[in-house]
Design a protein around this ligand. Structure first.
Ligand SMILES: NC(=O)c1ccc[n+]([C@@H]2O[C@H](COP(=O)([O-])OP(=O)(O)OC[C@H]3O[C@@H](n4cnc5c(N)ncnc54)[C@H](OP(=O)(O)O)[C@@H]3O)[C@@H](O)[C@H]2O)c1
Length: 241
């Protein structure tokens, strides 16, 4: 996919991977990027990347009215990057309904609501893509993140249901499945982590190369291992308790 001159929207653009996805999209030649965050005052560093091309917008993924209003306002979008997400620690037996709701409302409903709202906008603009930042845990669970695993698996499943419906409308669904990234989300986890800058650069490179299913950096080895022996990877992840 050609990113030169496109208009994009990135959710959760105030920090972590979202900030670097905006940076990498600018480097790839995007002409306009709506940088979305719950609190637009936290977008100063993101806007400072290129104040001419980066527009701050308010967006809470759990607010359906805000999503609808943004789809009216940002009517020139060709690329939607569903990056925002939440993660709670907790095994399946101790996880509360509240925690499950929180993970589902952002990672599943919020992401799907964005795709539903913006797919017609992208189609109207001649086509483009929806990029979902999922996780390797969408298809191999790490038991300490039970609610997160479930929400990201549901998000992946819905994305795969959308893909064939949107293909004839020239809207492609691109899914990225990173392993661990060195951001606030997993600051409590001691594990080898890729940097958010490198992961963002790898995702954008793969989008340009036309890959629909992206395994950035460390996730490439994990995916190879999973293809060779799914049970072994399941057992390895199961140790994360
Ligand atoms: N870090 C990892 O190891 C890892 C691995 C695989 C996949 N991922 C995925 O990568 C994506 C980015 O995560 P990250 O690592 O950059 O984590 P992060 O630093 O914690 O950033 C999460 C972002 O999501 C935003 N967000 C949370 N709830 C929101 C809501 N209700 N509405 C709008 N925005 C909301 C946050 O905004 P606030 O600042 O307002 O909270 C923040 O901008 C997520 O989808 C995550 O699941 C992360």
């Amino acid at each position: 996919m050609q990113l030169q001159g496109i208009t994009a929207l990135v959710t959760g653009a105030n920090r972590g991977l979202g900030y670097h996805l905006v940076r990498a999209l600018l480097a790839a030649g995007a002409s306009k990027i709506y940088a979305a965050a719950r609190n637009p005052e936290q977008l100063n560093d993101t806007v400072a990347l290129d104040p001419e091309r980066v527009l701050p917008v308010r967006l809470d993924l759990t607010d359906k009215a805000q999503i609808a209003a943004l789809a009216q306002k940002a009517e020139d979008i060709q690329l939607l990057v569903n990056n925002a997400g939440v993660l709670d620690f907790g095994g399946a037996l101790e996880t509360t309904d509240e925690v499950i709701d929180r993970n589902m409302s952002v990672n599943f409903y919020g992401t799907f609501d964005m795709s539903r709202a913006f797919a017609p906008v992208i189609e109207k603009n001649g086509g483009g893509s929806v990029v979902n930042v999922l996780t390797f845990l969408s298809f191999v669970s790490a038991p300490i993140f039970s609610a997160y695993n479930a929400s990201k698996a549901a998000s992946w499943s819905m994305a795969m249901s959308l893909r064939p419906y949107l293909a004839p409308k020239k809207v492609s669904i691109i899914n990225a499945f990173p392993t661990t990234i060195d951001t606030e989300m997993v600051s409590g986890l001691e594990k080898v982590k890729d940097t958010p800058a490198d992961v963002a650069d790898d995702i954008i490179k793969d989008i340009i190369n036309g890959n629909e299913d992206i395994f950035p950096l460390g996730a490439k080895n994990t995916f190879q291992a999973w293809r060779q022996d799914q049970k072994a990877v399941e057992e390895q992840f199961a140790k994360l308790m």
